[in-house]
Design a protein around this ligand. Structure first.
Ligand SMILES: NC(=O)c1ccc[n+]([C@@H]2O[C@H](COP(=O)([O-])OP(=O)(O)OC[C@H]3O[C@@H](n4cnc5c(N)ncnc54)[C@H](O)[C@@H]3O)[C@@H](O)[C@H]2O)c1
Length: 360
């Protein structure tokens, strides 16, 4: 079992990374002082795999579990779903001391976190992420949100969980494509913060892709450490430090939007976005061609897409300009200087962007 502390003053919490430990959820809640009613927010798929184990564990620790099932999929990440959760909590008479568990991928985590942030002005919640993306990214850092019809994650709150319990065993039932998509975020951490970790990914890829326990524990732990460290420095995304987590995401969001969120999983679009950002960095003489090639080759070996679908330049620009990461009319790009270090770059001329999009 690995333990990482996210140091945020009175909002600090531990991330636990372990194998076959979902059965200990009840003890984790007791350890952080939670008792009484616990709402397990999940979807039918995840509930079928892990719901019973969690409920039994909670009962064993003297807690009172209630399962709140919401439909599966990003299209249900809405205020309407959150309202249904409130209705359930009100009818079950959940109080300030009651808590929620987000059991599922990033969609469940974001919705549950937002419901916890707002019900009775905030009740405690823990994250039990079951996709690789949620384990290395969305469950850590306290960004909670739902989508608006005009855009993703437009309504939300910063609200930290009280614990993140990552059971790597849950990944065995995850569809292969979801696992591979989550790997894009793992590669991202190597590029933005840690060359040694990037080397590890290159050298141990077969073990990682065959989900060997030690390699899974290592990549999830290192990813969480890097994310925790960045969040500690810029919890609310104000100083610009947290923005480095957006490496690959500015192009990635544009690709997802243009392809109607259908063709690519989020991680797949981010993989293409990271290759585009690296290519742009080479073009601007910020980064070596060798580093660009290592990023692209690793993503290819993982099985992630690295080639751009046909994009219209002016449409892409329009979307990126509407992206919430635009400050004072300028699009901010996170670009690699080398493997392990990125910079924020906003002095780009259209011609540079046009060339990257056309070249790819
Ligand atoms: N809050 C943040 O900081 C943050 C960061 C990144 C992404 N996100 C959000 O995360 C969401 C995407 O998350 P995701 O990629 O985990 O998608 P997801 O939550 O939709 O899960 C993907 C699929 O896997 C299924 N699933 C989950 N765990 C499973 C398991 N162990 N076995 C079998 N099937 C399982 C789900 O039911 C779903 O069908 C997006 O809404 C995105 O906006 C949030």
């Amino acid at each position: 079992m690995q333990r990482i502390n996210v140091a945020l003053g009175d909002r600090s919490y531990d991330i636990i990374i372990c194998n076959e430990c979902i059965k200990d959820t009840g003890n984790h809640l007791s350890e952080i002082g939670l008792r009484g009613k616990v709402g397990i927010v999940t979807n039918p798929v995840v509930n079928r795999y892990f719901g019973r184990r969690i409920r039994e564990s909670l009962k064993g620790a003297g807690l009172k579990p209630f399962t709140i099932t919401i439909p599966n999929g990003e299209r249900y990440k809405t205020l309407k779903t959150v309202t249904n959760i409130y209705d359930k909590l009100v009818s079950l008479k959940f109080e300030r001391g009651s808590s929620l568990i987000a059991l599922g991928g990033g969609v469940i985590g974001d919705i549950t976190g937002f419901a916890a942030a707002t019900y009775l002005r905030g009740i405690p919640y823990i994250q039990v992420p079951t996709t690789l993306l949620a384990q290395v990214d969305s469950s850590v850092g306290g960004k909670t949100a739902v989508d608006h019809r005009k855009g993703k994650n437009l309504i939300g709150a910063f609200y930290q969980p009280q614990r993140v319990l990552i059971d790597i065993d849950t990944l065995h039932t995850l569809p292969r494509r979801e696992f591979i998509a989550g790997m894009a975020e793992v590669v991202k951490y190597g590029v933005i913060a840690d060359e040694v970790f990037f080397n590890y990914l290159e050298e141990n890829l077969n073990d990682i892709l065959s989900q060997k326990t030690d390699s899974l524990l290592h990549i999830i732990k290192r990813s969480c450490e890097i994310k925790a460290h960045i969040v500690e420095k810029d919890e609310r995304d104000v100083s610009g430090r947290r923005a480095i987590l957006n490496f690959g995401h500015t192009f990635g969001h544009a690709i997802e939007t243009i392809t109607g969120y259908k063709k690519f999983k989020h991680g797949e679009a981010v993989a293409i976005g990271m290759v585009m950002a690296a290519r742009l960095a080479v073009q601007l003489n910020l980064c070596s061609h060798h580093a660009y090639k290592r990023i692209k080759d690793l993503l290819n070996r993982i099985g992630l897409p690295t080639e751009l679908p046909k994009l219209n330049f002016s449409e892409t620009m329009k979307i990126m300009q509407h992206d919430k990461k635009v400050s004072e009319e300028k699009i901010k790009f996170i670009l690699p200087k080398r493997i392990g270090e990125v910079i924020s770059f906003s002095d780009l001329v259209h011609a540079d962007l046009k060339r990257v999009i056309e070249d790819m």
